[in-house]
Design a binder for this molecule. Structure first.
Ligand SMILES: CC(C)(COP(=O)(O)OP(=O)(O)OC[C@H]1O[C@@H](n2cnc3c(N)ncnc32)[C@H](O)[C@@H]1OP(=O)(O)O)[C@@H](O)C(=O)NCCC(=O)NCCS
Length: 150
């Protein structure tokens, strides 16, 4: 697979309908279709989808709050992981935040999600806080921020 063959576009409801029944199996995304649909339709949200020959292989989104945004989702289809697609999607989000002159990208990630934490750190995100035992009263949430200097 060549990363340059991947096309990134704005995600729309047709894209979401295509992966509706495979969200848990192929993407192990923890958000339900209904939540994703609501978010996709929210005017403060921006969703991007990665496609390889029209196959949806990942998506990522931000929610804009004043001059900051929150990374809401970043997911690569299981069978395509460890090919740089997560990094590609994250860079699309970062470039969009720069284009919109946002000052920060905030996110929260489970302390057990080492792959995601590494991805964020490599992109320059810094740990700014910890919510102890945040998920199911067990795993902690690490709060991370990328400061954008416009
Ligand atoms: C987190 C997630 C999005 C990363 O997606 P990905 O497409 O696998 O990301 P990348 O390929 O860019 O990077 C992942 C790893 O693959 C490695 N990698 C990238 N290209 C590679 C290649 N060609 N060969 C070997 N390894 C490679 C990266 O170095 C990185 O390794 P590391 O974890 O040791 O640092 C993915 O694991 C996922 O969808 N997880 C479930 C959802 C989730 O937890 N999202 C984050 C919280 S919302």
């Amino acid at each position: 697979m060549n990363l340059s063959d991947i096309k990134i576009s704005k995600m729309n409801i047709d894209d979401l309908n295509i992966i509706k029944n495979n969200l848990l199996t192929d993407f192990d995304n923890f958000w339900t279709f209904d939540i994703l649909k609501n978010e996709l339709e929210s005017k403060n949200s921006l969703y991007f989808v990665a496609k390889l020959n029209d196959e949806i292989i990942g998506f990522a989104s931000i929610k804009i709050i004043l001059d900051e945004c929150e990374l809401m989702n970043i997911v690569t289809k299981k069978s395509y992981r460890k090919n740089g697609i997560g990094n590609l999607l994250l860079n699309v989000i970062i470039n969009k935040a720069k284009e919109l002159k946002l000052t920060k990208i905030n996110l929260e990630v489970s302390n057990t999600n080492v792959t995601a934490i590494n991805l964020y750190k490599k992109a320059g995100f810094k740990e700014v806080g910890l919510r102890n035992k945040y998920y199911n009263n067990e795993n902690s949430a690490i709060l991370m921020t990328l400061y954008i200097h416009n």
